[in-house]
Design a protein around this ligand. Structure first.
Ligand code: KG4
Ligand code: ZN
Length: 337
């Protein structure tokens, strides 16, 4: 019997719905929220309200685009956390209502696990393009920077974590200092491709083991700009692409150093990247280059699966469905897991 999952993601500022059948994506729709742009970051209350406005039309479209009927759906998978509580509440409440109305099971999904399991979405019958276990994944987003070891679909261990800011925050906060709109990651990526990465040197943090730190980089970037702007008020405008290239190079170096260390210490060579920052072309190139050198089997996600999306919730829900791992109607969202 085939298994059809309706998946809902609403952890931050994207309302997304997807339909997954037997591990394949039938539809994956995302409604972004422009409302936060002028505030320079996500405003939780506005995000929650926008989810409420978006969720019904997005789910409706995802079902129609998948070419299925609501009665074909076997279970509803939704993001339980981590994320913004008000945002999570919208997706959780909708999913509970949908499951209750259709009398089908409910499946809670960990957002971080879902980012990693996006690599396990099927593309062909043989499954030749999906990783084998154990699988080591660098998860880099606006809220998280972790090295995750997956031993099976549902066994996940964080072996490295940031002790302060996430890599995406480093992009966004440094971008803000240069006057770039939120989220600054994509703009820095674009400007970096026009600049030279060796013009400015920013020091890398010293953090033990497989952990990360990015708050020092942000502070040193701030002081560096402040000093240079004193000498030349147009310093940022004149050097923007080189600043972006040098900053991006430093962030990538920090990430790659720890990924190499993680692979060496675990012996795992099935390596992937995930999360919003994995859309960064410099990081994608560097992981690919390092992988060739070290004989890694490298998995780079499609751009549409890097940032928050419901297809990744659906694939996780699919494997939980196969494991009979369901939730009750008393389930509540969790801002932290
Ligand atoms: O995974 P995501 O959509 O949301 C979170 O769960 O945080 O990641 C968003 C983050 C933002 O910090 C954004 O600036 C960053 O991903 N980002 C990028 C790029 N595209 C998105 N950072 C660097 N280069 C990119 N191309
Ligand atoms: Zn995310």
């Amino acid at each position: 019997m085939s298994v059809t999952i309706l998946a809902i993601e609403s952890s931050c500022d994207d309302t997304s719905a997807a339909v997954i059948r037997d591990g394949y994506v039938l539809s994956n729709l995302i409604a972004g929220q422009e409302v936060h742009r002028s505030y320079g970051g996500v405003v939780p209350e506005l995000a929650s309200r926008a989810h409420q406005a978006n969720i019904v039309p997005v789910v409706d479209r995802a079902i129609k685009n998948a070419g299925i009927k609501p009665e074909d759906i076997n279970a509803v998978a939704f993001t339980r956390g981590p994320g913004l509580l008000g945002s999570l509440l919208v997706g959780t409440s909708f999913s509970k209502g949908f499951a209750l109305a259709r009398n089908i099971p409910l499946i809670e999904v960990n957002h971080l696990q879902a980012h990693v399991l996006a690599h396990f979405i099927k593309k062909n019958e043989e499954g030749s393009d999906i990783p084998r276990f154990p699988f080591l994944c660098l998860l880099v987003s606006g809220g998280h920077t972790r090295i995750i070891l997956m031993k099976s679909y549902l066994e996940m261990e964080t072996i490295g974590n940031t002790i302060d800011d996430a890599a995406g925050e480093a992009f966004d906060k440094c971008g803000k200092l240069m006057g770039l709109p939120y989220p600054a990651g994509p703009a820095i990526n674009k400007l970096a491709s026009e600049g030279s990465k060796n013009v400015f040197k920013f020091s890398k943090p010293v953090v033990s083991g497989l952990d990360f730190s990015f708050s020092g980089l942000k502070t040193s970037f701030l002081y560096f700009l402040r000093d240079r702007l004193r000498e030349d008020p147009d310093f940022i405008e004149k050097n923007k692409s080189d600043l972006c290239a040098s900053l991006q190079h430093t962030i990538i170096n920090i990430l790659i150093d720890k990924l190499i260390k993680a692979s060496l210490s675990t012996g795992v060579k099935e390596i992937g990247i995930a999360g919003g920052v994995s859309a960064n072309s410099g990081l994608r190139n560097e992981v690919t280059r390092e992988g060739k050198k070290r004989n890694w089997n490298v998995f780079i996600p499609e751009i549409s699966l890097t940032t928050d999306n419901a297809a990744m919730i659906g694939i996780t829900g699919y494997y939980k469905y196969l494991a009979n791992d369901f939730s009750g109607q008393d389930i509540t969202p969790l801002a932290r897991l």
